[in-house]
Design a protein around this ligand. Structure first.
Ligand SMILES: [Zn+2]
Length: 255
């Protein structure tokens, strides 16, 4: 009855004096909500491996219906250490797990998203350029979960929208670009440029020339597109998850 997998800790809520309820995103079983009996004790079966953002290997007993799964073992693979020198990475990490919590569901495995999350958190820990890595994660996560916007073809009529126009309408509710013929009456529109659209495509498309695993490459964005891309993502992601993620307030302070 035991299941074994790897997971990232998304949320912890104290349940009693000794126990914790954890929300985790697992590699093989999607999101898991599990009770860790004794999870608040310093010494126990969980080796203090239940901190937010920790990458852990776990054993648990799945329960039926609304009942919480029961976590039986948790071993730390990598912990995100809070570091005064790396506030940017810390905020980005908190946002990443917030997004994972919003975008994943129980019983629905998305191992690609799990590997992407682990890889991106490692980049935050190593303090590689944070914002490009974060935005690459966001676009790829949208892609993996089937929420990537239509960037080349009008969401209404399917007409290709080329680079000839300097302004392209992007509908947040409608999930992508909208041609001039179809834009009447549409709401929640951002205007994007062909340069921004190219920057997004470059970020999500693996470099065909790279011999190495694409994970080794640091994400790169043209400096002039950083601000417009952040603004577009803030609005698009807010629409998607139905609220403005708390961490957006910190991004304006990050360089
Ligand atoms: Zn159209």
């Amino acid at each position: 009855m035991y299941q074994k997998t790897e997971a990232i800790v998304l949320k912890t809520v104290d349940f009693s004096e000794t126990s914790t309820v954890l929300t985790m995103f697992s590699r093989d079983f999607g999101k898991i909500r599990a009770l860790a009996k004794g999870g608040r004790r310093l010494k126990g079966p969980f080796e203090s491996a239940l901190d937010l953002m920790s990458h852990v290997s776990i054993s648990y007993i799945p329960k039926r219906g609304e009942a919480l799964d029961l976590l039986t073992e948790s071993k730390l693979i990598r912990r995100f250490r809070l570091n005064r020198e790396n506030f940017g990475g810390m905020y980005a990490g908190f946002y990443l797990i917030e997004l994972l919590n919003e975008m994943t569901v129980e019983q629905e495995p998305t191992p690609d998203l799990f590997h992407l999350a682990v890889e991106t958190l490692s980049q935050f820990i190593d303090a590689k350029p944070i914002m490009p890595a974060l935005m690459r994660f966001e676009w790829r996560a949208l892609e993996i979960t089937g929420n990537f916007p239509s960037l080349d073809f009008c969401v209404f009529c399917g007409e290709k929208i080329g680079n000839s126009s300097p302004r392209i309408e992007f509908g947040h509710w409608d999930g992508g670009v909208i041609c001039p013929k179809c834009r009447f009456g549409t709401r929640q529109i951002s205007v994007i440029t062909p340069a921004l659209r190219n920057a997004i495509c470059q970020l999500v498309t693996p470099n065909q020339n790279a011999e190495n695993d694409e994970t080794q490459e640091a994400a790169a964005i043209d400096n002039s597109q950083m601000g417009p891309m952040r603004a577009l993502l803030n609005r698009y992601v807010s629409h998607l998850v139905g609220k403005r993620p708390a961490m957006f307030n910190y991004f304006s302070k990050m360089k």
